[in-house]
Design a protein around this ligand. Structure first.
Ligand code: HDE
Length: 695
């Protein structure tokens, strides 16, 4: 404990002060002077004025006044975690990056997941892109792979980024809406920038409402380069694939989770790691040469395009395991400074104009946020390898450089001369030829804005297509201007006719608009890519998921015990939801502790639910509106529902008795519990959706 509050051991004579009563440390001022009274300020008389002389008070308030730093201009809300990357094998044929040379070698990692548009205090389940930023502390310097959970982006050129972000965030006059794109400014900008249509398909899909950070993919988005020790280079795209499988929530659920638990994603990651259920992602690469790049249908420098995995397979090259939470949220998650420019020998940038712009922006923003070019000395940002340079001074210099030499070349004797260049082991830009006239242009190859949007759409299952349509209708229904709504439908006509018509119908358009004018005729011959569907890439088991069990006094002890056993055998978790947080007595008279009171643990925060009321107390439970919501929502969100015979009264209370389907599994005896958990492996009972989703 003492260490938690001990900031810097001062070295000579700097032992922590100890209190006479044992091992609690003495509280000091930031200057190290012991504090006598942390409750009362210094006053001139018992009821007199506080004295300006009170340096203890002034310093305490001063530190407090300066606790906040500017929040990130985008990706303000995030959650960090620590772990390692383990390399699968020798990749020296394609890259000399040190971390990819030796099988089994581990490299320390820091990850920050985030939402993009909302402020730091916004809710986790916003419909939004998720940031997936990784810092790998390699032996040859930090490599930051600053990606998202969606493999394409809204815009093609960094020049458009401030406008995109302004349009997406709160409208400037009113300061709302918070953390959502369902407003006029965003859709106005997006529909005037047809390059965003592909990304809009992704953000209107369930990718934008992940169930957890643990169940989403990450993408480096841009094409990068791998370079081997012979100086040969190939292009590469990076993918993080969750070994937990993909999973998202449904939109109505997301809206409710935001109220029930705005920290849903943060808490999920924290709880999983703290309970030893460490999330893992495989790092995969799509490697391709210049010849492929030249014959590919689209420009590989265009961040609004993917290379389908079916065309260039993703080769797994290692695994990341997150096995530690942060020690301190501010020190690590807030102060971590990702910079796309942080790359290492063996990896290089490409000419993607978005990436080129990012390489300026990230370093610049860190200076604004962290206040000093010495942010590389903050522990979470400091390389783990030796650092020797002759750069110096500035705000918050943390090291005491010794010696006389701060320039190079110099002719001092080797021990005093300081660091020297090392071309053999250094990062070298791949010598790609550059030619052309200076001009503000966009490559013509970037002009196809619809073909891959269509490919994404046709690759989805019917359920996912329905969700995409519903999302467009929801978002555009919040847009006040009819012409903006129509403009979006005019773009959708270039993507898929059915999609456009259903969205038009959902918006109640009297007439369909003309299709938007396209710079290049959209292609309709791109094949489906199953890798783009979430449902087709779901988990193999129910591991890592959570079952909420609604109980009342007298809950069947044997059934509950069997259920718990089956849930835990699957590697899932069980939470008891009871009328009071004091829990209930089971049928054997034993106390069963509650994890949640029923209104604090609605069914939206669980992957599946079980209703275990007792015959004697079910009527009481059925009178409670939140207990009824628990059942009604679980059914509406297509969750698997296990239930004991007494639960029929709960179904009656919400008018569902006649609608029960195969997703509702009756637990008549202890043997049925494993059957229920097996059913849960597909996560949702989707056939129900058509019956409950009318608009
Ligand atoms: Fe970022 N982005 N971005 N971005 N971005 C930031 O850097 C920027 C883009 C991404 O958890 C900022 O430290 C520009 C694409 C993530 O700390 C800022 C452009 C992708 C994070 C910035 C882009 C990203 C950021 C804000 C267009 C996916 C969170 C605070 C040229 C490949 C990192 C900060 C974290 C954060 C600029 C586009 C991912 C302002 C100019 C494309 C995951 O520098």
């Amino acid at each position: 404990m003492a260490e938690r509050f001990t900031f810097i051991n001062q070295g000579k004579g700097g032992e922590t002060h100890q209190r006479a009563d044992g091992d609690t440390p003495v509280m000091t001022t930031p200057q190290g002077a012991p504090v006598a009274d942390n409750q009362n300020s210094l006053k001139g008389g018992t009821r007199g004025p506080t004295l300006l002389e009170d340096h203890v008070l002034r310093e305490k308030i001063f530190k407090f006044d300066h606790e906040r730093i500017p929040e990130r201009v985008v990706h303000a809300r995030g959650m960090g975690a620590k772990g390692y990357f383990e390399n699968y094998g020798d990749l020296s044929d394609i890259t000399c990056a040190d971390l990819f040379q030796r099988a089994g070698e581990q490299t320390e990692v820091f990850v920050r997941f985030s939402t993009v548009a909302g402020n730091k205090g916004s809710a986790d389940l916003a419909r939004d892109v998720r940031g997936f930023a990784t810092k790998l502390y390699t032996r040859e310097g930090n490599w930051d792979l600053v990606g998202n959970n969606i493999p394409v982006f809204f815009i093609q050129d960094a020049m458009k980024f401030p406008d995109l972000v302004h349009a997406a965030k709160q409208e400037p006059d009113r300061g709302f809406p918070q953390a959502q794109t369902a407003h006029d400014n965003f859709w106005d900008f997006a529909t005037l920038s047809p390059e965003s249509v592909h990304m809009l398909m992704w953000t209107m899909s369930d990718r934008a409402i992940p169930r957890s950070f643990r169940f989403m993919e990450g993408f480096g988005v841009h094409s990068f380069r791998f370079v081997n020790s012979r100086g040969e280079s190939k292009f590469v795209k990076f993918h993080w694939k969750p070994l937990q499988g993909l999973q998202s929530v449904v939109w109505n659920e997301a809206l409710k989770i935001n109220g029930a638990d705005p920290d849903f994603h943060r808490r999920d990651l924290w709880d999983a790691i703290q309970s030893g259920d460490y999330p893992e992602w495989e790092l995969g690469v799509q490697v391709f040469d210049d010849e492929f790049a030249d014959q590919f249908e689209f420009d590989i420098l265009d961040a609004t395009k993917i290379i389908p995995e079916e065309q260039v397979p993703v080769r797994p090259i290692g695994k990341m395991v997150l096995n530690r939470v942060v020690d301190n949220f501010f020190a690590e998650t807030e102060q971590v400074a990702f910079c796309t420019q942080n790359i290492v020998r063996g990896i290089d940038h490409s000419n993607d104009p978005l990436l080129q712009g990012r390489n300026f922006s990230y370093l610049d923003t860190q200076l604004k946020r962290l206040g000093s070019p010495n942010f590389t000395n903050i522990p979470v940002n400091a390389p783990r390898c030796p650092v020797h340079h002759l750069l110096q001074d500035g705000h918050m210099t943390m090291k005491n450089p010794t010696g006389r030499v701060n320039y190079e070349p110099n002719s001092w004797e080797p021990e005093a001369a300081g660091p020297r260049e090392s071309p053999e082991t250094a990062f070298q830009s791949h010598p790609t030829p550059v030619e052309g006239v200076k001009e503000r242009v966009r490559s013509e190859l970037f002009a196809d804005h619809y073909s891959q949007a269509r490919q994404f759409y046709i690759s989805q299952t019917d359920i996912e297509k329905r969700h995409i349509k519903n999302a467009f209708v929801f978002e555009l229904s919040k847009v006040e201007r009819l012409d903006i709504r129509e403009r979006m439908v005019s773009h959708l006509l270039n993507v898929d006719d059915d999609l456009a018509r259903d969205v038009g119908k959902g918006l109640g358009l009297k007439e369909m608009p003309e299709a938007a004018e396209a710079a290049m005729t959209p292609r309709t011959d791109l094949p489906e890519s199953p890798a783009l569907s979430i449902i087709l890439n779901g988990p193999k088991s129910f591991k890592g998921r959570k079952v909420g069990v609604l109980v009342s006094e007298g809950v069947d002890a044997a059934l509950f015990a069997k259920l718990k056993e089956a849930v835990e055998a699957e590697g899932a978790k069980l939470a008891v939801v009871a009328p009071t947080i004091g829990g209930v007595k089971d049928s054997d008279g034993n106390a069963l502790a509650a994890d949640e009171k029923v209104d604090g643990g609605p069914s939206v925060v669980f992957d599946a639910v079980v209703l275990l009321p007792s015959e004697e107390n079910v009527d009481e439970l059925a009178k409670d509106a939140t207990a009824r919501d628990f059942v009604d929502d679980a059914f509406a969100h297509c969750k698997f529902i296990g239930y004991s015979p007494a639960a029929s009264k709960l179904f009656d209370s919400v008018g569902l008795t006649a609608m029960l389907d195969d997703g509702c599994v009756s637990l008549n005896g202890p043997g049925d519990t494993s059957k229920f958990i097996e059913a849960c492996r597909v996560l949702r009972y989707w056939p129900r959706e058509e019956k409950v989703d009318r608009f």
